[in-house]
Ligand binder design. Structure first.
Ligand SMILES: [Fe+2]
Ligand SMILES: [Fe+2]
Length: 246
């Protein structure tokens, strides 16, 4: 991709062209999960970072198999299953370990007081959020996909369309990232340099892994699944109104 063109390319589209770009965006803290529609140029300007630097590194990335998962081409029902299996599963698995480690460290005064309480609160917010997705939004998205591929007539759900619940989920992602950022800064940015306590090291490393997974998770929902589902639903509704002469 030419340099000028890439500066004006959205972060999501860059990831779609090579998934390994995520590594670079993490390195430069470019907010690809919540601001996937920002161009590389505008995302870099927030940090006074020269986009040319990122572009040069991008051109050195491997263009082999690892960079081309073509996730943007995945069907919405498959994306739902993938997110639940991979990311919701990881969150549910990680919180008990994070909370256990945090409690041990807090008891010996190794982390700021109150971190464990914040983590417990975060766990319950996440659990509520994921339940809304798994019990309500994702099943409806799967229904959309079923109608898209089948011949049965689409029935409009009582809540109208999915734009409002999608907006609610996106807002909850922003809040989760904000809360996470607060804990991150209270934990020295999870910097393990110079840390001798193996327990604290383990805590920070697990947290770092959690952060990267969270960014990917929100990227898949905000930038791939939700826009695709809204678009597919619009198409179905158009057909519905035409068929029913409304
Ligand atoms: Fe999710
Ligand atoms: Fe979500």
């Amino acid at each position: 991709m030419a340099m000028k063109k890439m500066i004006d390319t959205k972060l999501t589209d860059i990831i779609n062209s090579n998934f390994l770009a995520v590594e670079l965006f993490e390195k430069y803290e470019l907010n690809y999960c919540l601001k996937g529609n920002s161009t590389l140029g505008s995302a870099c300007s927030e940090f006074s970072l020269k986009p040319e630097k990122v572009i040069n590194e991008f051109s050195n990335l491997s263009s082999g198999i690892t960079g081309h998962f073509r996730m943007h081409e995945w069907d919405i029902d498959f994306l739902c299953d993938y997110i639940v299996k991979s990311h919701h599963g990881f969150i549910r698995k990680s919180f008990p370990s994070l909370i256990k480690l945090s409690r041990n460290l807090e008891n010996k005064g190794s982390v700021i007081e109150g971190i464990t309480g914040k983590l417990e609160l975060m766990e319950s917010d996440f659990s509520e959020h994921m339940n809304k997705e798994e019990k309500f939004l994702f099943p409806h998205i799967k229904k959309i996909r079923k109608h898209e591929t089948g011949n049965s007539e689409y029935e409009i759900p009582p809540f109208g369309n999915i734009s409002d619940p999608v907006k609610m989920m996106v807002r909850e992602h922003e809040i989760a990232i904000e809360n996470f950022g607060e804990i991150k800064s209270e934990c020295s940015g999870f910097n393990i340099k110079g840390i001798k306590d193996p327990l604290k090291k383990e805590f920070y490393e697990l947290f770092k892994e959690f952060e990267i997974d969270l960014h990917l998770h929100f990227h898949f929902e905000n930038n791939l699944l939700f826009p695709k589902a809204v678009k597919a639903e619009k198409k179905l509704l158009k057909k519905y109104y035409q068929t029913n002469h409304l």
